[in-house]
Design a protein around this ligand. Structure first.
Ligand code: SF4
Length: 76
């Protein structure tokens, strides 16, 4: 389970976030690019846009499920 206390500082405000356990496997930015991308320093992925549409939310739910280190969270 993602840890809100370890929320990556570069996530945009909102319920969805990536925590600092991300190993940057690339899954979330590949399958949900509307919401996830590489952090500015290029070392981890972050949420750059909160999912809003049904497609974006469904994609976020899928990559949350698929993240190999469970680094994607939603505290909403
Ligand atoms: S799926 Fe998980 S480990 Fe992979 S880049 Fe996204 S947050 Fe990081």
């Amino acid at each position: 389970m993602a840890n809100l206390k370890e929320r990556h500082p570069e996530n945009v405000p909102g319920p969805w976030y990536v925590d600092t356990s991300c190993i940057q496997c690339g899954l979330c930015s590949e399958y949900a690019p509307a919401s996830f991308r590489e952090s500015p320093d290029g070392t981890q992925n972050i949420v750059h846009h909160q999912p809003i549409t049904n497609n974006q939310i469904n994609a976020a739910l899928e990559v949350k499920e698929g993240c190999p280190v469970d680094a994607i969270g939603n505290d909403g």
